[in-house]
Write a protein that binds this ligand. Structure first.
Ligand code: BES
Ligand code: MN
Ligand code: ZN
Length: 504
């Protein structure tokens, strides 16, 4: 999709569809007032008589047939009125969602391009607004149709060009925002693609190849360990999870080091990369098991974020670390009751082979801790329980460091990928204390499941290292339609991670 910024007046812009934002409970002004005048009061009429209150994300199509401009001037034959809600309540989040609604509206009337009149804002910069509008447009329009061959889905109108119109002096700032929004959206789509890819076409080796490709595109170092190296390097937990599949496990490291920063303490982004989770011998019920192709959503966050790092050029060192395996069943698969040794030397009793994410992360976090990191942030589709607690409105956040937790939380607010912190008190650590081993991989039956996962992980984080764990199990993949995701992979976490790299 081509996106550009122009400074032409909305009503004079030659476009098949003009998207005109309106504020709720506000007097019509600017382009909206001029449109209303040239349509003999139609906009006001729609607002007073047709139930259109300009609430955030609300839309109406006006069939203006070119009458939207002054006589003799080029003008759109279709105008979509787009509610932005109350002017003083506007945020990047409302703009993303509103832009997505508008873009889907344009697609519904089969126009392949549109122009959006960017209003002036209070409380949000032109750059933030530009980024949010672009993210909403690109993400809201995205559909996973890569495996569809029928003509119906092929003929669905594709929107190929979007123009943001600004009448104010802030065009350059808006352009900067647009560029950043494109970067974030593309990184998100990259993550969505690997999550949506079915598991017959997605193995740990596939993730390794994705990483290698991203390394080439961004000038990063990439290291991949195969199953033998994983075993020899003492990653007994990752190895054990991977043993049950014909697709062997991989441990993947991507490194971004800015010039002159080779000795800096890196920020480690760690991702769970289970390319399919059957549960192993503690097998899952068959209903809904297909969603477990998305159990590498954490790895996808790491890949997505690293895919944008060459363009983002953060000033700090960043390591992207992925522990990848397929949790399957064969004669080598681990059994409930097995005891494995993680890279940091701690022993784990595997009481449930379906709690495999924390096993592969145990080794990844041990490795990350050895890199003398400034901080570690892991992303993982770790527990079904997090969806019971928070639904799809936020991911779970767990941290041993209040400062880091605050930064992750703030990055979530800014990116629209919200997180909410849950506790990791010492009392919870008791839940995963081992009887015949140091730790066991499950807590108490039906109690604090997500916290049990988090406190388990903490055993593998080196002393004094700030660490945050983001449980994205309920938000990485959706069957319900969301403002920014039709269905399937959401890319949740990529925007948050990029925001962290920028400001954290
Ligand atoms: N991959 C699942 C978690 C999950 C559930 C992700 C639903 C996405 C949607 C994870 O490996 C798992 O199976 N967790 C178990 C842990 C339990 C055995 C302690 C769970 O949540 O039931
Ligand atoms: Mn599992
Ligand atoms: Zn899993």
């Amino acid at each position: 999709m081509r996106i550009d910024v122009r400074t032409t007046a909305p009503l004079k812009t030659d476009t098949p569809c003009l998207v005109l934002p309106l504020w709720q409970d506000a007097k019509l002004d600017g382009a909206a007032a001029r449109l209303n005048k040239s349509l003999n009061g139609l906009v006001a009429e729609v607002m007073t008589q047709d139930g259109f209150k300009a609430a955030a994300g609300d839309t109406r199509v006006l069939y203006t047939n070119g009458q939207a401009g002054a006589p003799g001037q080029a003008a759109a034959s279709r105008v979509i009125l787009l509610g932005l809600g109350k002017r003083d309540k506007v945020s990047a989040t409302t703009l993303r969602k509103a832009a997505a609604r508008a873009a889907r509206g344009v697609r519904a009337i089969q126009r392949s391009s549109f122009a959006l009149a960017v209003p002036s804002f209070e409380g949000i910069t032109a750059a933030e607004a530009g980024a949010a509008l672009v993210e909403g447009t690109v993400l809201g329009l995205h559909l996973f149709h890569d495996f569809k061959t029928d003509s119906e889905s092929k003929s669905q109108t594709e929107i190929t060009a979007v123009t943001l119109l600004t009448e104010s002096a802030g065009a350059d700032e808006l352009r900067r925002g647009v560029e950043h929004g494109q970067l974030v959206a593309e990184a998100n789509l990259r993550a969505r693609l690997v999550v949506n890819t079915p598991s017959n076409k997605k193995s740990p080796q596939f993730l390794a190849e994705q990483a290698q490709q991203i390394a080439e595109e961004n000038g990063l170092r990439c290291e991949v360990w195969d199953e033998n190296k994983i075993r020899d390097e003492g990653m007994g937990a990752l190895f054990a999870v991977g043993m049950g599949s014909d697709n062997p496990p991989r441990f993947i490291v991507l490194e971004y080091t800015p010039r002159g920063k080779a000795n800096d303490a890196p920020l480690c982004l760690v991702g769970k990369g289970i390319t399919f989770d059957t549960g192993g011998y503690s097998i899952k019920p068959s209903t809904g098991m297909e969603d477990m192709k998305g159990d590498m959503g954490g790895a996808a966050v790491v890949l997505g974020a690293m895919s944008a790092i060459g363009r983002l050029q953060p000033a700090r060192r960043v390591l992207g670390i992925i522990a990848s395996a397929e949790n399957m069943i064969n004669g080598h698969a681990q059994r409930p009751g097995d005891i494995v040794t993680a890279r940091n030397g701690k022993t784990i009793e595997v009481l449930n082979t379906d709690a495999e994410g924390r096993l592969v992360l145990a080794d990844a976090l041990s490795y990350a801790s050895e890199q003398k990191p400034a901080a570690i942030v892991d992303f993982a589709t770790l527990t079904g329980a997090i969806g019971i607690a928070l639904g799809q409105e936020a991911a779970g956040l767990f941290s041993n460091d209040a400062d880091l937790a605050k930064k992750v939380w703030a990055a979530g607010e800014a990116s629209g990928e919200r997180v909410w912190e849950l506790p990791m008190w010492d009392e919870y650590k008791e839940h995963v204390k081992g009887t015949v081993s140091d730790v066991k991989n499950i807590g108490k039956e039906r109690r604090a499941g997500s916290i049990a996962g988090a406190v388990f992980l903490e055993y593998f984080v080196g002393d004094g290292i700030p660490w945050a764990h983001v449980d994205i199990a309920s938000v990485a993949f959706t069957r319900e339609e969301h403002p920014l995701t039709a269905r399937g992979a959401t890319g949740f976490g990529v925007g948050l991670a990029l925001e962290l790299l920028r400001n954290g």
